[in-house]
Design a protein around this ligand. Structure first.
Ligand code: GLC
Length: 746
């Protein structure tokens, strides 16, 4: 958002302060010539209330398309699909006169128990950043602003308004802030929403390092920072830190700001700075209204179905039951077949324009097959599980194939609460065991927002279709995949662990006494399982197809600050299909701790049977970098990187080496510098090498010992002492000063 903004001289400091908080739950204030605009929820459907009828403003929203939540959207690995959904959301927002849609959520799925993981994209920052960027670009192409959330390190629901995420600089930058950085730098969302929690002890809403130094200083963010609803603990501190808009409205906060200005504890220029940003934002948002916008309910539903189909992951099909061939009868079992689970609970909950019922959609595509339904289990807590199970077994045993819908109820995963475990309900597992005992030709369809422990299911013969949460067209999309109308191409963006105890944050979640320690560091998701060589049920990036693909060749070309990776893929099966090619990097022997591999890019291609085509992925050089805690910046170290073309994080198809030159890595030199750092410096090294050579010679006389490792990490100052004054003191100061000056430290 860039625009020249007239001065605020028409508004008093009191009015400028008032601009800094909402007029009510969803709108900003109209003051002088500053217009009022509306912000309301997303992120996978417009939740506009007919009237703010309840304190939490969670009831009575107008019908809108419930698109696939981020958990399914991410499994498409398709920025173009995500862009199109952002565009559709923008048109629905324009039609209902909404200027900002509160999304996307790009927080990292740190632990599978996270209550809002269904609203987030991935355990991997690259996927979250790439798809979050597409979502913002699509939405903002319609003149509706995004609100990138929840900034930052908001990875759990427990104690979310108080808890401090205690996280070290490298995981903070490389994992948790990375998606936000990518979206801000590539898409410039109109707003960023600060989160409820604290980061290393300081509330996001009043964290000037986060909201000003990083967001605006490092990433050149141009929009406004809005608080999560009720996230402001200290409005005066928030204004000083760079929070522009407190939501919902708070007159007390306005008064506190004015009082702080009057008593000299708050610089009025900061109030004016925020007010200027708010005025610019409000003018641009107001000028972007397109009230004439209309949208087609059926077309948006068809888009929801198309993208949901791309987000379905075929996890397993050992018996090749899929796609379902013409049969005499199909048993459809599980309450979710009749009452589909397609979205999560809380502020993202959408009032859909319509809902596809899986059972009806299966019947529509089943041809002459008889389709028998049995609920098998029930959401009613007083249901007779044995009787329901017995009926399901009877229906399954009399059919040629069984499709069993399993998953979690909305009450089990919603905003505001994390899950206690990652288990499917036991009555559902008992049902599946009973059904497969009489009908081994069984397909399981899963509906869930967070990762599940699937080992109990893979212990049996069932094929598994992962429907995650697919939005209002879930039923149609599932039927499309079951009958082969759509060839599944989705890939997991969150690892399916063998056990909860294997997960990265298991001993540090959700924390205690208002602190949660991110003890796993950079080792989140597949980074952890790979580093620890831990078996998983299904790896990050996994997904099967009704056809097969071979990776024929891999090439890597350096073009300026980018690496162009080209992979030739062939469809070696009998059906047209889409392949998602994942590109990982690896650097054995790195100067710092690294994950065994990390995702640096991805692409996809649609291929007819027998067809080959190239997939080209452009990889910015900084995807290879790490955050240097001493230099407070990104560094790409020299080395021979492995570039891996993969069908999943554990299905590497081709590998190539890439020689990369180093960024100029220079540390300030002084007495605590290591001899190695001194010797590698272009000024200090030559100046002292003669003295060192004599010393090394003396050390190793007659010895067949390589002292480099010992000397390399020896502190220069201590070493000088053992040289007995061989290096003139004046020379040391002069050389160090020249070296530090040349390296920009003085
Ligand atoms: C909620 C959520 C946020 C939502 C906002 C408005 O508490 O954390 O995602 O946009 O409040 O409903």
């Amino acid at each position: 958002m860039t625009d020249t903004v007239p001065a605020l001289e028409a508004l008093t400091i009191e009015q400028q302060a008032q601009l800094g908080s909402g007029a009510d739950f969803w709108t900003t204030k109209q003051l002088g010539d500053v217009p009022s605009v509306m912000l309301t929820d997303g992120p996978h459907g417009l939740r506009k209330q007919e009237a703010s009828s309840d304190q939490l403003s969670l009831s009575g929203s107008l019908p809108s398309t419930c698109f696939p939540p981020a958990v399914a959207l991410s499994q498409t690995w398709d920025p173009q699909s995500v862009y199109r959904i952002g565009e559709a959301l923008g048109n629905e927002s324009q039609a209902l006169d909404v200027q900002v849609l509160l999304g996307p959520g790009v927080n990292i799925k740190r632990d599978p128990r996270g209550g809002r993981n269904f609203e987030y994209f991935s355990e991997d920052p690259h996927v979250a950043g790439a798809l979050g960027t597409a979502w913002v670009d699509g939405l903002q192409s319609t003149g509706v602003g995004a609100s990138l959330k929840h900034f930052a390190v908001n990875n759990q629901e427990w104690d979310r308004m108080r808890v401090s995420a205690d996280v070290d600089p490298r995981p903070l930058r490389e994992i948790y802030l990375r998606p936000f950085q990518r979206v801000v730098e590539n898409a410039q969302p109109w707003t960023v929403m600060c989160s409820y929690n604290r980061i290393n002890g300081v509330h996001a809403s009043q964290n000037s390092w986060l909201l000003t130094d990083v967001l605006r200083g490092d990433w050149s963010f141009e929009g406004i920072v809005v608080s999560d609803w009720g996230a402001v603990a200290d409005r005066v501190a928030a204004v000083a830190a760079g929070l522009d808009l407190q939501m919902p409205g708070d007159e007390n906060g306005d008064a506190q700001v004015v009082a702080a200005v009057h008593d000299g504890t708050l610089d009025p220029a900061l109030v004016t700075r925020n007010a200027e940003r708010l005025e610019r934002f409000a003018r641009v948002a107001d000028a972007s209204r397109r009230p004439e916008t209309t949208w087609n309910v059926d077309a948006h539903h068809a888009l929801a179905r198309e993208v949901a189909g791309k987000g379905i992951v075929l996890l397993r099909d050992d018996q090749n039951l899929l796609p379902l061939e013409p049969v005499g009868s199909i048993a459809v079992i599980g309450e979710f077949a009749a009452k589909p689970r397609y979205q999560g609970g809380g502020s993202s909950h959408v009032h859909p324009t319509r809902v596809d019922i899986p059972l009806d959609e299966i019947r529509a595509l089943a041809g002459d097959a008889a389709v028998e339904y049995s609920s098998g289990f029930s959401s009613a807590t007083d249901a007779d599980a044995a009787a329901l199970r017995e009926d399901a077994v009877t229906v399954a045993s009399a059919s040629d194939v069984a499709v069993v819908f399993l998953g979690l109820f909305e009450r089990q995963e919603a905003e505001g609460a994390d899950r206690p475990d990652i288990e499917l309900p036991q009555d559902q597992l008992d049902l599946l065991e009973a059904v497969t005992a009489v009908q081994p030709r069984t397909v399981v369809v899963l509906s869930h927002g967070g990762a599940l422990r699937l080992a109990p299911i893979t212990a049996g013969p069932a094929s598994i279709v992962d429907g995650s949460l697919l939005g209002q067209a879930a039923g149609g999309a599932i039927a499309d995949v079951l009958f082969g109308v759509v060839n599944p191409s989705g890939r997991l963006t969150e690892t399916v662990p063998e056990r909860l105890e294997d997960t990265p944050a298991f001993t540090n979640f959700p924390g205690e006494r208002m602190h949660v320690r991110y003890g796993e560091g950079i080792y989140v998701g597949y980074r952890w399982y790979d580093a620890r060589d831990i078996d998983v049920t299904f790896p990050f990036g996994h997904g099967l197809s009704y056809t097969s693909f071979s990776y024929e060749s891999l090439s890597v070309e350096t073009v300026g600050d980018e690496f162009i990776v080209t992979v030739t893929v062939q469809n070696t099966g009998e059906r047209a299909g889409r392949e998602i090619v994942q590109i990982y990097a690896s650097l054995p022997g790195s100067a710092v701790a690294r994950a065994p591999k990390w995702l640096v890019g991805f692409g996809s291609v649609d291929l007819e049977p027998g067809q080959s085509a190239d997939v080209t992925v452009q990889i910015p050089r900084d995807e290879l970098g790490y955050w240097d805690e001493e230099l407070h910046g990104w560094v790409v170290e020299a080395g021979e990187y492995s570039i891996l073309a993969a069908a999943s994080s554990r299905d590497i198809r081709l590998q190539s080496m890439l020689a990369v030159g180093s960024d100029p890595i220079r540390y300030r030199l002084g007495s605590e510098s290591s001899l190695g750092e001194i010797m590698r410096d272009p000024i200090a090294g030559p100046a002292f090498e003669g003295y060192f050579a004599a010393m090394f010679e003396q050390f190793s006389a007659g010895e067949d010992v390589d002292f480099t490792p010992i000397l390399d990490s020896s502190p220069f100052g201590r070493f000088l002492g053992s040289l007995g004054g061989a290096i003139p003191a004046g020379l040391v100061e002069d050389v160090l000063r020249r070296a530090n000056t040349a390296n920009g430290f003085e």
